[in-house]
Design a protein around this ligand. Structure first.
Ligand SMILES: [Ca+2]
Ligand SMILES: [Ca+2]
Ligand SMILES: [Ca+2]
Length: 213
Protein backbone atom coordinates (compact mmCIF):
# COMPACT_ATOMS: atom_id res chain seq x y z
CA UNK A 1 0.00 0.00 0.00
CA UNK A 2 2.79 2.40 0.98
CA UNK A 3 4.59 1.60 -2.25
CA UNK A 4 1.50 2.45 -4.32
CA UNK A 5 0.97 5.68 -2.32
CA UNK A 6 4.59 6.74 -2.86
CA UNK A 7 4.33 5.89 -6.55
CA UNK A 8 1.20 8.06 -6.88
CA UNK A 9 2.91 10.92 -4.98
CA UNK A 10 5.96 10.64 -7.23
CA UNK A 11 3.70 10.72 -10.30
CA UNK A 12 1.85 13.85 -9.06
CA UNK A 13 5.12 15.66 -8.19
CA UNK A 14 6.47 14.73 -11.63
CA UNK A 15 3.32 16.04 -13.31
CA UNK A 16 3.51 19.33 -11.40
CA UNK A 17 7.20 19.84 -12.30
CA UNK A 18 6.48 18.98 -15.94
CA UNK A 19 3.61 21.51 -16.08
CA UNK A 20 5.71 24.21 -14.43
CA UNK A 21 8.61 23.67 -16.86
CA UNK A 22 6.39 23.47 -19.95
CA UNK A 23 4.56 26.67 -18.99
CA UNK A 24 7.78 28.58 -19.74
CA UNK A 25 9.43 26.20 -22.16
CA UNK A 26 7.28 26.52 -25.27
CA UNK A 27 7.52 29.87 -27.02
CA UNK A 28 5.19 29.82 -29.99
CA UNK A 29 4.61 32.34 -32.79
CA UNK A 30 1.15 33.98 -32.88
CA UNK A 31 0.57 34.27 -36.65
CA UNK A 32 -2.57 32.50 -37.98
CA UNK A 33 -2.35 28.69 -38.15
CA UNK A 34 -1.84 28.67 -41.94
CA UNK A 35 1.71 30.00 -41.37
CA UNK A 36 2.65 26.82 -39.50
CA UNK A 37 4.00 26.44 -35.98
CA UNK A 38 7.29 28.05 -34.96
CA UNK A 39 8.29 26.75 -31.53
CA UNK A 40 11.32 27.66 -29.40
CA UNK A 41 12.14 25.76 -26.21
CA UNK A 42 13.94 27.68 -23.47
CA UNK A 43 17.21 25.97 -22.47
CA UNK A 44 16.94 27.86 -19.14
CA UNK A 45 20.66 28.68 -19.16
CA UNK A 46 22.42 31.36 -21.22
CA UNK A 47 19.05 32.29 -22.74
CA UNK A 48 18.65 35.00 -25.36
CA UNK A 49 15.60 36.65 -26.91
CA UNK A 50 14.15 39.69 -28.70
CA UNK A 51 13.09 42.67 -26.57
CA UNK A 52 12.17 42.51 -22.91
CA UNK A 53 11.42 38.76 -22.61
CA UNK A 54 11.07 35.54 -24.57
CA UNK A 55 7.32 35.83 -24.07
CA UNK A 56 6.46 39.43 -25.03
CA UNK A 57 6.64 40.33 -28.72
CA UNK A 58 8.31 43.75 -28.43
CA UNK A 59 11.85 43.27 -29.79
CA UNK A 60 11.32 44.64 -33.31
CA UNK A 61 10.64 48.23 -34.45
CA UNK A 62 9.44 47.94 -38.06
CA UNK A 63 9.30 50.94 -40.43
CA UNK A 64 6.49 51.52 -42.91
CA UNK A 65 6.40 48.99 -45.76
CA UNK A 66 5.77 50.83 -49.04
CA UNK A 67 6.05 48.83 -52.24
CA UNK A 68 9.28 49.53 -54.12
CA UNK A 69 10.93 51.34 -51.18
CA UNK A 70 13.72 50.50 -48.72
CA UNK A 71 12.32 49.57 -45.29
CA UNK A 72 14.10 48.95 -41.99
CA UNK A 73 13.85 46.99 -38.75
CA UNK A 74 15.58 47.83 -35.46
CA UNK A 75 16.10 44.64 -33.43
CA UNK A 76 16.67 44.58 -29.67
CA UNK A 77 18.64 41.40 -28.98
CA UNK A 78 18.96 40.45 -25.32
CA UNK A 79 21.44 37.94 -23.89
CA UNK A 80 20.98 36.87 -20.28
CA UNK A 81 24.57 35.70 -19.85
CA UNK A 82 25.76 32.62 -18.01
CA UNK A 83 24.71 34.10 -14.66
CA UNK A 84 28.21 34.56 -13.21
CA UNK A 85 31.12 36.87 -14.12
CA UNK A 86 32.76 35.31 -17.14
CA UNK A 87 35.14 37.34 -19.34
CA UNK A 88 34.06 37.33 -22.96
CA UNK A 89 30.60 36.02 -22.13
CA UNK A 90 28.91 36.31 -25.54
CA UNK A 91 26.38 34.27 -27.43
CA UNK A 92 26.42 33.61 -31.16
CA UNK A 93 22.90 34.03 -32.51
CA UNK A 94 21.24 34.04 -35.94
CA UNK A 95 18.29 36.19 -36.97
CA UNK A 96 16.00 35.16 -39.85
CA UNK A 97 12.96 37.20 -40.92
CA UNK A 98 10.15 36.48 -43.37
CA UNK A 99 7.27 38.59 -44.70
CA UNK A 100 4.29 37.03 -46.50
CA UNK A 101 4.61 39.44 -49.45
CA UNK A 102 1.93 37.77 -51.61
CA UNK A 103 -0.53 37.69 -48.64
CA UNK A 104 -1.08 34.00 -49.35
CA UNK A 105 -1.12 32.83 -45.71
CA UNK A 106 2.30 31.10 -45.76
CA UNK A 107 5.96 32.13 -45.62
CA UNK A 108 7.97 30.92 -48.64
CA UNK A 109 11.14 29.65 -46.86
CA UNK A 110 13.58 31.23 -49.35
CA UNK A 111 11.63 33.63 -51.61
CA UNK A 112 10.05 35.51 -48.68
CA UNK A 113 13.07 35.53 -46.33
CA UNK A 114 13.92 39.24 -46.11
CA UNK A 115 16.84 39.19 -43.65
CA UNK A 116 19.35 36.63 -42.38
CA UNK A 117 22.39 37.49 -40.24
CA UNK A 118 24.60 36.01 -37.51
CA UNK A 119 26.60 37.86 -34.86
CA UNK A 120 27.98 37.63 -31.32
CA UNK A 121 26.06 39.46 -28.59
CA UNK A 122 27.34 40.42 -25.13
CA UNK A 123 25.31 40.32 -21.91
CA UNK A 124 22.34 42.73 -21.93
CA UNK A 125 20.62 44.48 -24.85
CA UNK A 126 22.16 45.09 -28.28
CA UNK A 127 20.33 47.19 -30.90
CA UNK A 128 20.85 46.08 -34.50
CA UNK A 129 19.42 48.02 -37.48
CA UNK A 130 18.92 46.37 -40.87
CA UNK A 131 17.38 47.51 -44.17
CA UNK A 132 15.68 45.52 -46.92
CA UNK A 133 13.75 46.11 -50.16
CA UNK A 134 9.96 45.95 -50.29
CA UNK A 135 8.98 44.20 -53.55
CA UNK A 136 6.28 45.76 -55.73
CA UNK A 137 3.78 42.97 -56.36
CA UNK A 138 1.02 45.38 -57.39
CA UNK A 139 -2.48 45.39 -55.84
CA UNK A 140 -2.20 41.67 -54.84
CA UNK A 141 0.61 42.58 -52.42
CA UNK A 142 -1.14 45.58 -50.78
CA UNK A 143 -2.82 45.14 -47.40
CA UNK A 144 -2.39 43.50 -44.00
CA UNK A 145 0.01 40.55 -43.83
CA UNK A 146 2.39 38.83 -41.37
CA UNK A 147 6.07 39.08 -40.48
CA UNK A 148 7.92 36.35 -38.56
CA UNK A 149 11.34 36.85 -36.92
CA UNK A 150 13.31 33.96 -35.37
CA UNK A 151 16.38 34.26 -33.16
CA UNK A 152 18.27 30.96 -33.10
CA UNK A 153 21.55 29.40 -31.92
CA UNK A 154 22.33 28.29 -35.49
CA UNK A 155 21.82 30.04 -38.85
CA UNK A 156 19.69 28.95 -41.79
CA UNK A 157 16.41 28.33 -39.99
CA UNK A 158 13.08 27.63 -41.67
CA UNK A 159 9.93 29.68 -40.89
CA UNK A 160 8.41 26.68 -39.09
CA UNK A 161 9.62 23.92 -36.77
CA UNK A 162 11.08 23.59 -33.28
CA UNK A 163 14.38 25.15 -32.16
CA UNK A 164 16.09 24.85 -28.75
CA UNK A 165 16.90 28.39 -27.58
CA UNK A 166 16.09 31.86 -28.89
CA UNK A 167 12.62 33.15 -29.65
CA UNK A 168 10.00 33.75 -32.34
CA UNK A 169 8.12 37.04 -32.70
CA UNK A 170 5.22 37.39 -35.16
CA UNK A 171 3.78 40.78 -36.22
CA UNK A 172 0.80 41.77 -38.32
CA UNK A 173 2.10 44.46 -40.71
CA UNK A 174 0.65 46.58 -43.51
CA UNK A 175 2.12 46.88 -47.02
CA UNK A 176 1.08 50.09 -48.81
CA UNK A 177 1.05 50.82 -52.55
CA UNK A 178 3.81 52.84 -54.18
CA UNK A 179 2.78 56.50 -54.75
CA UNK A 180 1.43 57.10 -58.26
CA UNK A 181 4.11 58.59 -60.53
CA UNK A 182 4.11 62.41 -60.73
CA UNK A 183 5.11 64.50 -63.79
CA UNK A 184 3.51 66.17 -66.85
CA UNK A 185 -0.03 64.96 -67.53
CA UNK A 186 -0.25 63.43 -71.02
CA UNK A 187 -3.78 63.69 -72.52
CA UNK A 188 -5.51 60.51 -73.72
CA UNK A 189 -5.42 59.87 -77.53
CA UNK A 190 -9.17 60.59 -77.80
CA UNK A 191 -8.64 63.98 -76.07
CA UNK A 192 -5.78 64.75 -78.49
CA UNK A 193 -8.11 63.93 -81.40
CA UNK A 194 -10.79 66.36 -80.10
CA UNK A 195 -8.15 69.11 -79.65
CA UNK A 196 -7.02 68.49 -83.25
CA UNK A 197 -10.59 68.80 -84.59
CA UNK A 198 -11.03 72.02 -82.56
CA UNK A 199 -7.84 73.59 -83.98
CA UNK A 200 -8.83 72.64 -87.55
CA UNK A 201 -12.28 74.16 -86.97
CA UNK A 202 -10.76 77.45 -85.75
CA UNK A 203 -8.39 77.55 -88.72
CA UNK A 204 -11.39 76.99 -91.06
CA UNK A 205 -13.27 79.95 -89.50
CA UNK A 206 -10.13 82.11 -89.85
CA UNK A 207 -9.77 81.26 -93.58
CA UNK A 208 -13.49 81.93 -94.27
CA UNK A 209 -13.34 85.31 -92.49
CA UNK A 210 -10.26 86.35 -94.51
CA UNK A 211 -12.07 85.41 -97.79
CA UNK A 212 -15.13 87.60 -96.86
CA UNK A 213 -12.94 90.73 -96.55
CA1 LIG B 1 10.39 38.91 -27.11
CA1 LIG C 1 3.58 33.99 -49.01
CA1 LIG D 1 7.62 35.69 -28.74
Amino acid sequence: MNFRKNLMLLFLVGLLISCAVNAHALLIGDAPASYGPAVHTDPGFGSFWFGSSNDADNGLAISTLEQGSIASIDFTIHYEGLGFPFPGDVVSAAVDVWIDWDIGGTFAPDAEKILSFVDDYGVGDTIVSKTFSVPNLGPAGVGMTWLRARLSPTPGTAPTGTIVGGEVEDYEVEVTAAPSPSGPVIPEPSTLGLIGVGILGLLGIGIRQRKKK
